[in-house]
Design a protein around this ligand. Sequence first.
Ligand code: CP
Length: 312
Amino acid sequence: KRHLISAADLSRDDALLVLDTAEELAQIAGRSIKKLPTLRGRTVVNLFFEDSTRTRISFEAAAKRLSADVINFSAKGSSVSKGESLKDTALTLEAMGADGVVIRHGASGAPYRLANWVRGSVVNAGDGTHEHPTQALLDAFTMRRRLGDLEGRKITIVGDVLHSRVARSNVLLLDTLGADVTLVAPPTLFPVAVDTWPCQVSYDLDAVLPKSDVVMMLRVQQERMNAAYFPTVREYSRRYGLDAARMAALPEHAIVMHPGPMNRGVEIAAEVADSARSTIVEQVANGVSARMAVLYLLLGGSEPAIGTEVSQ
Ligand code: CP
């Protein structure tokens, strides 16, 4: 039984296999073949304890396009509100049969716990501030489509790194793929252990932009932001927001990314988000191909082609 819980679960060969498979699947979809029979008879459970628009919908679309049966579970409106635990919720869904369980949870590490309780493969769809590996895969897929091989490419990730599972998964995957990642944030918005991450760190966005092939803006998680992190949102925006003037400092070929949801006017100006350099809508479309590839490689054969074992 194998799982995708961290971007670190993927070797370079694994990551390239997912990206190449996603490309093949995207090309099949481009030929107007909307549905493949690959996962017929398999069941995928989408277990969402935290809100989501893009990830939830794209996992559902991905599983359906591979002909899997899909069970969607949202904590809101379920017996979780009566105090039912993650374990009992998981065992209830397990009793209905699940070959794959896609989980989003507010607690970092929840997918590791789940992997000990269910027979199927677990896919992390975002756990707390820990990881979001399929977001990193769809981001890398988008970068490869726009820029080709990522070896030596300069990727700048900007903003609220402290609270961002997207940043951690991207740093791990992009390092595996040979890219050169720089994180930019105010000093208070870096995790304490960032110096152990395989990337550079900077506080100066204007110094880094002219050398970037990609600039990825992170959502300012305002619900967790207070004066201890940054004086005001306006001040944050002035120092670390991507507006049209800053975008003009990027090289001609550079692209602008954001995982969504965005705070327009805070970390990214509306005119930047809607510009020709922005891949934000493309990222959402690519998410379906990347997640199809993950489900196909974990659930498609008798032996999963990617992922990692979780020790009991
Ligand atoms: N990027 C992302 O994970 O978006 P959702 O929270 O809408 O799924």
